[in-house]
Design a protein around this ligand. Structure first.
Ligand code: BDP
Length: 717
C-alpha cells in the first residue's frame, strides 16, 4: 500500500477507535438491524441461513423481505430467499394454505387466532429450521417481526416454542393531522401525509411508517384530526386516501377517517345533519358506499361530536347513540364507528370530570354492535397524572376502547424526556372494582370483564415529518410502547422499555440498565415539576407550553387553570368529594368512599379530589401541604438533573448525533423544569403566604416576570 494511503487508513482507524459508532439520525427507529456482536454471531448464523417462502402474497412478501433485510443486517451476511428448504438454518414462513411444508407439520395454530402466530424450532425436510406459522398472512408478518425482535434483543433462538395473539382487536393510531399538513398537538414537524401531492407522489416513507407499525402489531390508522374537515370525504381526497391505503394494506393496516358530523350540510348541501333525518342517513350511506368502493377494507369512522364546539347529534336534540348508530348503519358489517366520549359542553356548569359519565352511562346498551365508545384514560385531558376514567367499568353493555395520547401535549412536548409506558401501565392495572376487586381497566378494555364483542386501543400519534419521526429519540419509545401495550396490555412498562433500549441503542447492561431506570423514573419527574400531588391542567392556555396556573379570565370556567387548582388563602385543590362536585361517586365502591376522604386517598391524587388547607399534614412525610409542594416541585428539577448525569455518562455507548440531541433536549428540559417549579411556587406562595422551607432556593425571577412570558408561535396549536 502506498504510504500516503496507509497513513490515511491509519487515521481512519484511529478515528473509528474514538468515535463509538456512526452518526445516526434515528430514522430507522427500533428496526436498525445492525450486526449483532461477535458473541452472538456464530450461534445465530448457524440457526439462520435462508428464508423460505413457498407461495407469495403481498403480505407474505412483506414478511419475507423484512426477514431478509433484517437478518442480513443482523448477521452481517446475505441471508438467501428461497422457496424450499435446502439447508440447515431455514426460516420457514407461511400459513397452512400458503405453505405445504407448514401444512404437513400439522402445527396447532388455535392459539394464534386471526392475527397471532406460532414460532417453533424444529426439523423440516431433515434440516434444522425455525417455523413462523399463522392462520393468516398478517399473522405471519407479525411473527416475522417477533423473530427479528428476538435477535435484536439478543435472545436465544435455538429452542423456540412461542404462541402469541393480540389481546385487543383494534390497535389504532389517531393522527390529529390537518389537510394543510399542520398537526394539532404535533411536535415532530409537519404531517406525514402530503395531501397536495397525493395520490401522484407516494413517498417511500409511507412504507417505512407501515413497517414500523406492523412491527408492533398496530393494525389501523385514523389519518385525520378529530377536529374534522369534511373535505377529506370528497371524491378527490378519497383518491389520496386510497393511495395511502394501498401502501398500508400489505402491512395489515386499515385506514380510518374522522367524520365531521355536519358533513351532510358542508359537503352534501343538505339543510340539516340531524341523524334521524332520512335524507341525512341516505347521504352518509351513499358517501360510505363510495368510500368502500374506493377502499374495500376501509376501517370506519372516528367521531368527535358535541365536544369543544364540534357539531353533533345534540345540535338536533338527539343523543350520542342516535348519531353513532346512524353512522354505524351506513358502515354496516364492513367496519366500525369509534365514537369519542371526550365531551364537555360549553353550557354545562357541572364539573367537567363528571360530564362523560352523565352523558354516556344512560346510553349503555343502546349502541349498534359495530360501535365502540373511545374513552381517554382520565376524565379531564391527558394530564401528567390522572385517576382512571370513571367510565371504565360503568358501561358493561358497550365496548369501551382506550384512548391514550402518545404525543406529549401536557408533558413537555417532544423536548422533555418522559416515558409514558409507566403512565399507561398505571392506568391499565388500576382496579375499577366494577365486578369486585381485581377488575382492572385492562380487564375492561380487553373484553374479559363484560364480554365485549369487539375491543380496541387508540393512541394519539406523535409522528411527523421530522427525520426521527417523533421529534426526539426518546419519543420513539412512546410510539413503541403504545404499540406493544395495545398488543398486550399487561406487558409492563419496564419490559417494554428494556426491549426498546436494546433495539434502539444496545443490549449492553452498562447502557441498558441506567437508561431503563431513567425512563422508568422520567414521567414522575414531569408530574413533580409540573403538577405534583394531584394538581392538574395548570399549563399555559392554548398551546399548553409552560406554566400558566394564574390564568383565570377565559370565557369558560373549565378552560382556566384557576378552575382546577382553586388556590386561595385557605388552601388548594379541587373538591370532588360529596361536599364538592361529588365526582367520587362516579367510581365503584370502595373507591368512592376511599377517595371521598383525604386520609384514604392516594397522595398522588390528593389535590385531584380534595381542597386542603396549606397546613394539612401530608401523611407520608409529616410535612405541611405547602412544604410538601415545595419539596415535590424541587424534586422534579433534581430528577431531571439526575437524568442529565446518567446520560452524560453514556457518551461512549451512543453515536454522537443521537447522544448530542438527547443531551441538548435534557438541557432544555432542565431549564423548563426549573421554570415550572419557580413560576408555580411564586404563584402559589401568594396564597399560601408562607416562606419557602429552609434549604429551598426561592424562585429565580418574580411572579410578574413569569406571567409576562408569551409564546405566540409555540408548536402544535
Ligand atoms: C385536547 C386538545 C385538543 C383536542 C382535544 C380532543 O387540547 O387539541 O382537540 O383534546 O381530544 O387535549 O378532542
Amino acid at each position: 500500500m502506498p504510504s500516503l494511503l496507509r497513513r490515511a487508513a491509519l487515521v481512519l482507524l484511529a478515528l473509528a477507535a474514538v468515535v463509538p459508532a456512526q452518526a445516526d439520525d434515528g430514522y430507522r427507529l427500533w428496526l436498525r438491524y445492525d450486526p449483532v456482536g461477535a458473541e452472538h454471531l456464530a450461534t445465530y448464523r448457524a440457526r439462520v441461513t435462508q428464508v423460505v417462502l413457498e407461495r407469495e402474497s403481498p403480505t407474505l412478501l412483506a414478511a419475507r423481505d423484512e426477514l431478509v433485510r433484517g437478518l442480513s443486517g443482523l448477521l452481517d451476511t446475505g441471508v438467501a430467499s428461497v422457496d424450499r428448504v435446502t439447508q440447515s438454518g431455514a426460516v420457514v414462513i407461511g400459513t397452512p394454505r400458503s405453505s405445504d411444508l407448514i401444512a404437513r407439520l400439522g402445527l396447532d395454530l388455535t392459539e394464534a387466532g386471526e392475527e397471532g402466530y406460532v414460532i417453533r424450532s424444529g426439523q423440516v425436510d431433515g434440516h434444522e429450521a425455525t417455523i413462523v406459522a399463522a392462520n393468516t398472512d398478517v399473522g405471519v408478518l407479525y411473527g416475522a417481526f417477533h423473530f427479528l425482535r428476538l435477535l435484536q434483543t439478543r435472545q436465544p433462538i435455538d429452542r423456540l416454542a412461542i404462541a402469541e395473539a393480540p389481546a385487543l382487536d383494534l390497535r389504532v393510531l389517531n393522527h390529529w393531522d390537518n389537510l394543510d399538513r399542520t398537526v394539532e398537538r404535533g411536535y415532530a414537524g409537519q404531517s406525514l401525509w402530503d395531501w397536495h401531492r397525493l395520490p401522484g407522489l407516494v413517498d417511500p416513507r409511507y412504507t417505512d411508517y407501515a413497517r414500523a407499525n406492523a412491527s408492533l402489531g398496530i393494525n389501523g390508522t385514523v389519518l385525520t384530526n378529530v377536529n374534522a374537515n369534511a373535505l377529506v370525504l370528497s371524491t378527490r381526497y378519497l383518491e389520496k386516501v386510497e393511495a395511502l391505503a394501498d401502501v398500508f394494506r400489505p402491512y395489515g393496516i386499515r385506514v380510518y377517517l374522522t367524520a365531521r358530523f355536519s358533513a351532510p350540510i358542508e359537503a352534501g348541501g343538505l339543510e340539516t345533519a340531524d341523524p334521524l333525518d332520512p335524507e341525512v342517513a341516505a347521504w352518509w350511506q351513499a358517501k360510505t358506499d363510495e368510500i368502500y368502493e374506493t377502499i374495500p377494507d376501509f376501517g370506519g369512522f372516528l367521531v368527535k361530536a358535541n365536544s369543544e364546539g364540534q357539531p353533533g347529534p345534540q345540535d338536533y336534540g338527539r343523543t350520542h347513540a342516535d348519531g353513532a348508530n346512524m353512522l354505524a348503519d351506513a358502515v354496516g358489517d364492513r367496519g366500525v364507528v369509534m365514537w369519542r366520549a371526550f365531551v364537555y359542553s360549553a353550557e354545562d356548569a357541572t364539573d367537567r370530570h363528571k360530564q362523560a359519565v352523565n352523558e354516556f352511562v344512560p346510553l349503555d346498551g343502546t349502541f349498534r354492535d359495530n360501535v365502540l365508545v373511545q374513552v381517554k384514560n382520565g376524565a379531564i385531558d391527558f394530564q401528567p397524572r390522572e385517576p382512571f376514567h370513571p367510565l371504565f367499568g360503568t358501561m358493561p353493555e358497550t365496548p369501551l376502547m382506550m384512548e391514550f395520547q402518545i404525543t406529549k401535549e401536557y408533558l413537555g412536548f417532544a423536548t422533555h424526556l418522559a416515558y409514558l409506558g409507566t403512565m399507561w401501565e398505571e392506568v391499565l392495572s388500576a382496579d375499577t372494582y366494577a365486578d369486585g376487586p381485581g377488575s382492572t381497566v385492562a380487564d375492561v378494555i380487553d373484553g374479559d370483564l363484560h364480554d365485549y364483542p369487539i375491543t380496541g386501543m387508540a393512541g394519539v400519534a406523535n409522528i411527523g415529518s421530522d427525520r426521527n419521526w417523533s421529534g426526539s429519540i426518546f419519543d420513539q419509545a412512546n410510539w413503541y410502547a403504545f404499540g406493544r401495550m395495545a398488543w398486550s396490555p399487561r406487558l409492563g412498562a419496564e419490559a417494554v422499555a428494556a426491549e426498546w433500549v436494546a433495539q434502539t441503542f444496545t443490549d449492553d447492561p452498562a447502557l441498558l440498565e441506567p437508561v431503563v431506570e431513567m425512563m422508568m423514573d422520567s414521567r414522575q419527574a414531569v408530574v413533580d415539576y409540573m403538577t405534583p400531588l394531584g394538581l392538574h391542567h395548570l399549563m399555559a392556555t392554548g398551546h399548553h407550553y409552560g406554566p400558566g396556573p394564574w390564568v383565570g379570565d377565559l370565557g369558560r370556567p373549565e378552560w382556566n387553570p384557576t378552575y382546577y387548582h382553586n388556590a386561595d388563602a385557605e388552601g388548594i385543590g379541587f373538591d370532588r368529594t360529596d361536599a364538592g362536585s361529588d365526582a367520587v361517586s362516579q367510581y365503584h365502591e370502595p373507591l368512592a368512599t376511599q377517595w371521598n376522604d383525604p386520609a384514604t386517598t392516594p397522595e398522588a391524587f390528593l389535590l385531584w379530589f380534595h381542597h386542603l388547607p396549606w397546613d394539612y399534614t401530608v401523611a407520608s412525610s409529616g410535612r405541611t401541604l405547602w412544604h410538601e409542594l415545595v419539596v415535590r416541585y424541587s424534586r422534579g428539577v433534581d430528577r431531571v438533573e439526575a437524568m442529565q448525569e446518567t446520560w452524560a455518562g453514556l457518551e461512549s455507548y451512543v453515536d454522537p448525533e443521537r447522544f448530542e440531541s438527547v443531551s441538548q433536549n435534557l438541557a432544555i428540559q432542565r431549564d423548563e423544569a426549573q421554570w415550572w417549579r419557580d413560576a408555580s411556587l411564586a404563584y402559589f406562595q401568594t396564597f399560601a403566604d408562607r416562606p419557602l422551607p429552609e434549604g429551598y432556593a426561592p424562585p429565580e425571577r418574580s411572579l410578574a416576570y413569569y406571567q409576562s412570558l408569551s409564546f405566540p408561535y409555540a408548536p402544535g396549536n
